[in-house]
Design a protein. Structure first.
Length: 178
């Protein structure tokens, strides 16, 4: 059995797969404008009045994953993130993979809303081998997040309405790189 199973959704209008869902129903039926599915011999209505991210009686958070790869050949030190939108995320995870894997987290208490946008510093690698202490201590004084690209996962609590219009990553070029 796979570590993660999912259902993928196909759009006939776009003629391609457009969605991924973290649930596996027994079957789907599309009648009129309604989508129904079956799980454990029970009928469920999708896109009804149960709210966003509510599947089979379970609330799920919203996750958005993207990659920042501006100036792809340049090694960068990532300094800050700015979210153009509404609603503070419940967590942001930032990862690099080259030249070595790094990871850091941003939580709501580190985010500030200024003139409608959400700002936060990008802390250091929480797995930094060059600093002793907890993950949080390493995020304060460990190695900076350094790479050519940055993988970003933004999580919103299922109860938080949000709108994401854009994202800006602040960085400096790593010294010694053109």
């Amino acid at each position: 059995m796979a570590d993660f199973e999912e259902t993928i959704g196909y759009s006939e209008v776009k003629d391609r797969f457009t969605s991924r869902f973290g649930f596996i129903p027994e079957g789907f039926v599309h009648l009129g404008k309604n989508l129904y599915s079956f799980l454990n011999k029970r009928l469920f209505v999708h896109y009804g009045n149960s709210g966003n991210n509510h599947f089979y009686g379970v609330e799920h958070n919203s996750k958005i994953r993207l990659v920042c790869n501006e100036v792809p050949a340049t090694v960068k030190i990532f300094k800050s993130i700015r979210i153009h939108g509404t609603g503070k995320p419940s967590k942001i995870v930032l990862k690099t993979s080259h030249p070595y894997p790094q990871e850091t987290d941003i939580f709501p208490d580190e985010m500030k809303v200024i003139e409608g946008d959400i700002y936060a510093p990008i802390l250091n690698d929480k797995f930094s081998p060059n600093v002793n202490g907890s993950e949080y201590q390493k995020m304060l004084s460990g190695d900076p997040m350094r790479s050519k690209r940055l993988e970003i996962e933004i999580t919103y609590n299922h109860l938080t309405p949000f709108e994401l219009r854009g994202l800006t990553i602040g960085y400096i070029r790593s010294p010694g790189h053109p």
